[in-house]
Ligand binder design. Structure first.
Ligand code: C2E
Ligand code: CA
Ligand code: CA
Length: 612
């Protein structure tokens, strides 16, 4: 081999080797290798074919020989040159580089195909006659190197792709982990993370934030009547509204169901400033909810109840702050639709107490042995007993005493009063039987039973009472019910109807706590009322408080005009009784005469009085 050729070959070898280089990107490497080939070997074109998958990625090994992926064109230089057919060549196997030489008919062009590993083929096209054998020999080790380098690049790029795919999958999972599926809002987990971050900021910075707990009023009704699909639409619409009213440093999250939370970050320099920011936000939210909201084809009117807790609050953890905002929200619900309430320690302990009583009441209603009726007698001016009022007592196994003024309102709010009230009616009627069968003073007229407004306003009230009377065999002529004015305010016509139905059975209706409610006189005159019971608030110290005296005088005059009997309750002193007598009220109930006592004691005392 002549000296000049040897030098030329060495330099070609060197330049091609340099072009392969060590870079790890496949396409740039192939391009630079092709460029050197074109120039130094006097080629018309260089082509690469690889075993490729549908997505264009190169496959190094056929996974399954029976479905061996055929070679696809990958790259050519010049870019638009005619691509030769390499189907009959196929990638090689083993390490030795195979070379196939073909002379194109007609054009006289020479095509050399070399196997690149087991995954590809490089084709060199030359029109200026064949390549020297020496060149071909020289190319073989270079092409072997090129094959290895391709393999490394392909593996590297596959790795990059896999990493990217994995990163994307991780991001998706993380997103799902921290966001709510339906609204794509941050979920509870994400919210708690953010809140913890906020709390972790050194307390050295005097800055305050707030947590707002929102719960939609009557969302259940939407779900139950329009279906869950519309309910979901509504939640999405609410999410959009909240995110829109948020401002820069607020984050809205969905906890579950129709519960949302807004985190106002710690940007305020004082509590007052934080409250100012919360109030501004509340204003925006109220404005948004003042109109209807589109959910599917429906325009709905919903409002949120909102509980607010400012933070930091002492050493409170994120969980505690969330719970406090939740408690305040519960308080907001109790104060009526569409309210917002700031967390207050006192309020919350009251609330917890109420929740406990509620639970214990529920339990007690399954074990009615915990309840008892006591009776307090009523008297005329001569001291004769004219009747007795049934008053419930709760012997709770958990507490010393819970008085009716504490548990009756809770029972009313929670609806438990319906079961409790039915029990009272039943027991009172059973007791009426006992009165019937006992020796009573001739003056004795009625056993009266307190009936809650919630109970009285139910359509089935009269029916229930009639059934109980029939069942127990109580004499309805001996029975009276006491209801407050408030029970009569709602649905007046139906109240009049019920009272008439009761009176027709001989049951008397007494208006309890009279004077504290707001009765219209024209309405009162239409009611079949037997007795007005003057509230103890006016009886208290009536002898020394002129205001009370004036009120009682008015009530007495009213009673006389309408022909309604009057009784004063809570009479504790002789002086009070004297004063009432002068005003014209001649029936009394109170500690002056007797305290509420168990049935047996009352019956015994009545028998003694009847004998004496
Ligand atoms: P009320 O119907 O006004 O009953 C009179 C209350 O005043 C009773 O309290 C009675 O013990 C008390 N009292 C009677 N005389 C005097 C007195 O001279 N001085 C003072 N300071 N108090 C007197 P109690 O038994 O604690 O009941 C409180 C309220 O609970 C009742 O007020 C009534 O609204 C309700 N309640 C009691 N039992 C029942 C019941 O079976 N059903 C319903 N729905 N409510 C009931
Ligand atoms: Ca009463
Ligand atoms: Ca009363």
């Amino acid at each position: 081999m002549p000296q000049t050729n040897t030098l030329k070959y060495v330099s070609i070898q060197h330049e091609l080797g340099m072009a392969i280089g060590t870079a790890l990107r496949l396409r740039p490497m192939l391009l630079s290798f092709s460029r050197v080939c074109l120039r130094r070997l006097g080629l018309a074109a260089v082509h690469f074919h690889f075993r490729q998958l549908d997505d264009g990625s190169v496959q190094l090994r056929a996974e399954d020989d029976s479905h061996a992926v055929s070679l696809s064109h990958y790259l050519s230089l010049p870019l638009h040159s005619q691509v030769p057919d390499v189907a009959d060549f196929g990638p090689g196997s083993g390490s030795a580089v195979r070379c196939a030489h073909r002379v194109e008919e007609g054009s006289g062009g020479h095509t050399y195909a070399f196997a690149l590993g087991s995954f590809g083929v490089i084709t060199l096209c030359r029109i200026k006659g064949p390549l020297d054998d020496a060149i071909i020999e020289l190319l073989k080790p270079l092409i072997e190197r090129l094959g290895l380098s391709c393999q490394a690049s392909i593996e590297h790029e596959g790795l990059l792709l896999a990493i990217a795919a994995r990163k994307k999958a991780e991001e998706t999972i993380l997103h799902q982990l921290l966001h709510d599926d339906l609204t794509q809002m941050p979920n509870r987990r994400q919210l708690m993370r953010l809140l913890e971050e906020e709390l972790a900021i050194a307390t050295g910075h005097e800055s305050f934030g707030a947590l707002l707990f929102l719960d939609l009023d009557r969302f259940k009704v939407v779900n139950d009547t329009l279906g869950h699909a519309i309910g979901d639409q509504l939640l999405i619409a609410v999410a959009t509204i909240l995110q829109g009213s948020m401002g820069e440093d607020g984050i809205a999250a969905r906890l579950s169901g129709d519960e949302f939370v807004i985190l106002l970050r710690r940007r305020a320099g004082s509590q007052a400033e934080a409250i100012g920011r919360v109030d501004a936000l509340l204003g925006r939210i109220r404005a948004e909810f003042s109109g209807t909201i589109q959910a599917g084809d429906h325009l709905l009117y919903v409002t949120p109840s909102i509980g607010i807790e400012l933070f930091p609050d002492g050493e409170c953890s994120a969980e505690q702050i969330l719970r406090r905002a939740d408690t305040a929200m519960y308080q907001a619900k109790l104060s009526g639709l569409s309210s917002s309430v700031y967390y207050d320690r006192q309020l919350s302990s009251d609330l917890e107490w109420r929740r406990e009583i509620e639970k214990e009441l529920q339990f007690a209603l399954k074990d009615l042995g915990q309840f008892e009726l006591h009776y307090q007698t009523q008297h005329d001016g001569a001291g004769h007993c004219i009747g007795a009022e049934a008053l419930i007592r709760w012997n709770s196994p958990y507490r010393e005493t819970v008085v009716p003024h504490e548990f009756i309102p809770i029972a009313e709010e929670t609806g438990l009063i319906l079961d409790l009230g039915r029990w009272v009616l039943k027991r009172a009627c059973e007791d009426v039987r006992r009165f019937q069968d006992s020796i009573l003073p001739a003056s004795f007229r009625k056993v009266s039973v307190n009936v809650s407004a919630v109970q009285f306003n139910r359509d089935d009230f009269v029916g229930i009472l009639s059934d109980i009377i029939a069942e127990t065999g109580a004499n309805p002529e001996l029975l009276a019910i006491e209801i407050t004015e408030s029970a009569l305010i709602r649905n007046k016509e139906s109240a009049i109807g019920k009272m008439a139905a009761l009176r027709n059975q001989g049951i008397e209706v007494i208006i309890d706590d009279f004077g504290t409610g707001f009765s219209s006189l024209s309405y009162l005159s239409r009611l079949p009322v037997g007795t007005l019971k003057i509230d103890q608030e006016f009886v208290r110290n009536i002898d020394s408080v002129p205001g009370n005296q004036a009120i009682v005088e008015t009530i007495v005059a009213l009673g006389h005009t309408l022909g309604i009997q009057l009784i004063a309750e809570g009479v504790e002193t002789q002086a009070e009784q004297e004063c009432l007598k002068i005003i014209g009220c001649s029936l009394y109930q109170g500690f002056l005469f007797s305290r509420p006592a168990p049935l047996e004691d009352v019956l015994e005392a009545l028998a003694v009085a009847a004998a004496g």
